[in-house]
Ligand binder design. Sequence first.
Ligand SMILES: [Zn+2]
Length: 667
Amino acid sequence: MNLKGMSVSLLMFSSLLVMNVTNAQVKEEKINIVDRFADVQVLRYDIEGFDKLSLSQKKLVYYLAQAGLSGRDIIYDQNNAFNLEIRSCLEGIITNYKGDKTSDNWNDVVLYAKRVWFSNGIHHHYGMDKIEPTFPKEYFQILMKETESSLSREALSVMFDNSLDAKRKVKDAARDMVVASANNFYGEGVTQEMAEKFYASKTIKGDEHPVEIGLNSTLVLKDGKLVEEKWMSGGKYGIAIDQIIYWLKQATTVAENETQKASLLKLIEFYTTGDLKVWDEYAILWASSTKGDIDWINGFIETYGDALGRKGSYESIVQITDFEASKQMSVLAENVQWFEDHSAILPEHKKKNVKGVSYKVVQVASESGDASPATPIGVNLPNNNWIREEHGSKSVSLGNLIGAYGKAGGDEIVVEFANDEKEIELAKKYAGKASKMHTALHEVIGHASGQINKGVGQPAETLKNYASTLEEARADLVGLYYIMDPKLIELGLIPSKEVGVAEYDGYIRNGLLTQLQRLDLGKQVEEEHMQNRQIVAAWVFEKGMKDNVIEKIVRDGKTFYDIKDYDKLRILFGDLLREIQRITSEGDYQAGKNLVENYGVKVNQDIHKEVLKRVEPLNLAPYNGFVNPIFKVVKNEKNEIEDIVIENNQTFEEQMLYYGKMYHFLK
Ligand SMILES: [Zn+2]
């Protein structure tokens, strides 16, 4: 699970880190903005202390980064069958075109290419709608001719014809979500019904240790029969996977300890065999490998890209522990049982032994695939539930990325949407801290909490397409419930209750107003994290109405929500948490569906219009992403690696062209 959706709400409060400095200093701090186009902003992050690592550790980071980048092409192909072809064509044009580079048309082609790079394909990375070229097809064809770049007729049609492959993932219960989705997880002619039946037949009833069925394959029709094309060495994506394996093997030679080495070897075995049982064995080893300073995520991980929630998008993150910040967070993990015992959920849904939650703040050293350029800011893995229950999970907060947001953000949005001076003041003072604390609670306590009743299936089976929204809501609610608890002050994690106040203000403001800025007018809320935040905010607003817990105020045609009673609001968060835990524990599909459909999906059009109007003059980038630092290998005369140093000066375009050349393994 990841916290991708959190990034924007975080951005809103982020400038708080540089709040008390002069404008000149703020400008100085903002130099980490690398590019700004369309609705995105690209930032640069630093890896502090990289030079203090041992040579062997530096090598490990480097090899893992190479492994991660080697699979970069996979995500493009997973997202859409024409992505790689279109990307190569665009890169050919941008690299080789010698003609007029001052025209609007040319700028629009470059803009389109940047948007494709940012989204790992031709669909918006978050909204999933196809990105429309703003230049004429004829102009593009001239560029292709002059640069000897080529594109199949189908790819050209998909690029320019709005009706084709319109949306990467369609989540709409009224449609055939497999057929309607433009992603490439299911082959030509495969329908949702066929896929669901196929995977239902693979599900072993009563299996207490189920694999993540369907995670690493494309489901295709061959001679009228459904078969899985596995993503493995010798199989689909084999050429890129062989490169990943090569670098992982290098990494085993410099592993920090035996567990780390064993898990790297298991990952290689998984990529070699495509066996999901091996993937689980790897996940167990990886989850228990907590001793090293270097860690990684590599594989087919999150299933958000697939409407049926089965297919894992390729992803890699290489991490270095941030020791100081992690110390504070380990306090939470040490007290996880206290939090479970005191939670608002029903006693029968509480875990008697909450297991092995590890929470770390890390520094990202390199990202690829699903995690790049747009990135999560927190990750909790592995995803397989029984492994989490029996062997624990690892939870990390990507500290240096959060820090980079902090340097790039602005507080304009808080000022615009906060109801009063007190709210603005608390946001300035505590929102950054509050957001970090909430993230930590969400990951460490939230996802680990609660148990499923005996005999009830995993949420993916029982709650189906509502499972991830409800899971995110559950974890968020645990965080909201506890951020107001004196226990956090007692543990020395936050200085005062005002941190909780700032979080409540920000959460309600975001869930009912500001997050709508990311949605086009007329659209419903589809993304899981956004749905979850709207459910939580809208539900407590409605349930608290009779006691005026949150007051809706309209002033000069602008809407504000003012929290009148924080203690009652906390109780309401607890009430909703208890209900969502019940839904999860009992697998109550109907109740889950009602909650999501009634509170999470629909948007009040007047409010939406108002939000967009208020946000417009602020010229904010709703989405953020990052370029990676580049590792340079320094060799001695015997051709041995003597040192690895960081170069961190590529522009976004330079980096994308560089990656496109260096790690282009798939056709
Ligand atoms: Zn989560």
